[in-house]
Design a protein around this ligand. Structure first.
Ligand SMILES: [Zn+2]
Length: 271
């Protein structure tokens, strides 16, 4: 129902004078709500929001190499009174989640990931120098040890992110970095780091590349170990280089699609 229709139907119920006093009361409420209340000010315990989501369009690079998404305008404002698109995409495109179900027989779907595990401390491990020297670099237990020597033990329930600097390549062929034979080359987590992350009780992991396994992986061993243990992954994260090693909170907005193995979402970090 349109705004004018609502006002019209309310007007019939209240009479003309009643409408104006109701609207004045509404305007006063809006003016009050524009200024944050003391409770709201107290609740806002962050100073900055960092976008961690890339814009998803047909040209966004994909693991398989085809178009990421088809966006078709089905209804238009000029013709139909409102705009609406129909989207067609595989689940694992853009800045997107991997649910445990992606790499397990019957693990939780993306709709079943508990919200408590999606809002958590964000740990960013900077491997940009190593990744620049070696496109196949895999983050291992020694990188976690080096991080913990400087920043302290990774807190239980954290999301651990691999910052390889790859998001700067997202609009270029260097993001997939395919060889002439079609093999992909980009950094990821090394499978033998999974037990250590599980021992720290980490909730999820994030990468700025197309896969939590490195591009050359044939067996997806980190996917199997990590998602198979009931944890989540985030791929193609943006702006990890704008975030501190510790101290940010990630809000990982995974979609709630019934039976979903993952899917694109909206992700922020609060500082
Ligand atoms: Zn994945």
């Amino acid at each position: 129902m349109c705004t004018a229709c609502v006002i019209d139907s309310v007007a019939r119920r209240l009479g003309r004078r009643g409408v104006f006093s109701a609207m004045a009361a509404g305007a006063a409420t809006m003016a009050l709500s524009a200024a944050p209340s003391r409770a709201q000010q107290t609740a806002r315990s962050f100073s900055r929001v960092v976008e961690m989501t890339h814009v998803l369009g047909p040209a966004f690079p994909t693991f398989e190499g085809g178009p990421a998404i088809a966006i078709e305008r089905k209804l238009s404002f000029a013709r139909d009174g409102y705009n609406m698109n129909q989207l067609t995409y595989m689940e694992h495109v853009g800045t997107h989640f991997d649910a445990p179900l992606h790499f397990s027989a019957n693990g939780p779907s993306v709709a079943e990931i508990p919200p408590e595990s999606l809002v958590c401390p964000l740990v960013v491990i900077d491997v940009r120098a190593r990744a620049e020297a070696d496109a196949d670099y895999q983050l291992g237990p020694e990188d976690i040890a080096a991080h913990e020597r400087t920043n302290g033990r990774i807190a239980a329930g954290s999301c651990v992110a691999l910052n390889s600097g790859w998001d700067a390549k997202v609009a270029t062929p260097g993001f997939r970095n395919a060889t002439a034979a079609g093999a992909l080359r980009f950094p990821g987590f090394r499978p033998d780091v999974a037990p250590l992350l599980l021992e720290r009780n980490v909730a999820g992991v994030a990468v700025d590349t197309l896969s939590i396994d490195h591009g050359g992986s044939k067996d997806f061993a980190f996917h199997l170990a990590w998602l198979g243990a009931g944890r989540w992954g985030l791929e193609c994260a943006a702006n990890l280089g704008r975030l501190p090693a510790t101290g940010a909170t990630i809000i990982a907005g995974a979609p709630r699609i019934e039976g979903g193995t993952g899917g694109p979402g909206r992700v922020f970090a609060l500082l």
